[in-house]
Design a protein around this ligand. Sequence first.
Ligand code: NAD
Length: 475
Amino acid sequence: MTKKQAHQPQRSFTENVDRMFDRAASILDLDPGMAEMIRQCNAIYQVRFSVKLKGNLRSFVGWRALHSEHRLPAKGGIRYSDAANLDEVEALAALMSYKCAVVDVPFGGSKGALCIDPRHYDAEDLEKITRRFARELIKKSFINTSTNVPGPDMGTTAREMAWISDTYRTLCPEDINAIACVTGKPETQGGIRGRVEATGRGVQYGIREFFRNPEDVSKTGLSGGLDGKRIIVQGLGNVGYHAGKYLSEEDGAHVIGVIERDGALLDEKGLNVEEVYQWKVEQGGIKGFPNARFVEDGNSLLEHECDILIPAALEGQIHGDNAGRVQAKIVAEAANGPVTFNADAILRERGIIVIPDFYLNAGGVTVSYFEWIKNISHIRFGRLERRLDEMRGARIVEVLEHMTGRQVPGEMAKKLAQGADELDLVRSGLEDTMRLAYQAIRETWLEDGRVEDLRTAAFVVALRKIARSYEQVGL
Ligand code: NAD
């Protein structure tokens, strides 16, 4: 790290994203007018509203930013956080545009936030606040089945999405696709199986795909697959919990550290992610979890030696001041914007590979896309063909047994004769999406001498698609 890099001024989240964008745009030789058009946020709505909670009138402020409309609807989660602000919403909306483009999800980019700490409200009050916020956004078409479709993000879950969906259906009963106004809904409310864990699954599939390419792995100084690799996760929420759980339970990686709001846990032999998560849910934090070392200064673990560091909480966690001390070989960005522009340069110089956010955490929007398609087609995936697939499988077993004169072993016969259900199809579509997108990114990374890192490669892939789309409609 040079002295100059360490002492760069603090940039806003939007400035960080824009600087990363500019690096790629200059490589692509994008016309400056086109670059400006893609970079800018098209529309921003700020709303203030009041809700009577337990007899007292309380005021709230929220935003919805529409970054791009080259494809519609625009898509992006709604975040509940007391640190939310307009700059953050704009940056997150921009990342949604690039994210959708990089994984070939035909949506524009949007994002919303409400400045609120949801832990300070009970379910009854949160429902009132959410329904009122939704009404305000629906009135101005910042929530709309065909033009702007939110989903969950930090601080919101399927529960909030169900309230939003119900509010929309009440206000727009004539919209036959009303249920598609929001994704990430509970399964009983038009949601899709596999959405809750989709972002974490996508993180797992993305990291797996990286490890499937020995040439890429060798750049980190590591070798082999994920088995036995040592991981530290920051943020054991929806994304961090699922990513950590699957990587440890299914790929043999060891989650040696977990960083949360109240500190961190360290166990060099590997933590049981499910047990830590259950402890966090029951106790409201990770402190006191038995059989692991508790570290009061949680963020010091960002600098602990490990193979893969997965920031899955907030933006700006690895910055000019700590990037020089990060000891991971790979930083896998599960959160949006966890590495600042300065830190990115420092990590690059130090040979640490960053798997970029708008690729790695695209699993959520990918499965949201599947949910939206399911909602507008009004039929569950697999409903038409599942029995047919099963019959075909059973026929294959029959033919095999007839031709060989031997019985196909029970488990094999069962697998052959099993039709794919919604969850199988969602997982298969998600894995395919993450694998294909990584291949496109790495091709640009390895074949274009001007592209030094995966993030710039992902931007190049995304910007090419967005620019082409604008050019084709003559803008
Ligand atoms: P979440 O609210 O479910 O979980 C966030 C977790 O981070 C919580 O456990 C919280 O306690 C912890 N946390 C908060 N501040 C922290 C801090 N300072 N240090 C350590 N831990 C802290 O949120 P989520 O949905 O998992 O989102 C996490 C990140 O992933 C965000 O950047 C979000 O934008 C991004 N993301 C989420 C989705 C999704 O589908 N939920 C999709 C794409 C990207």
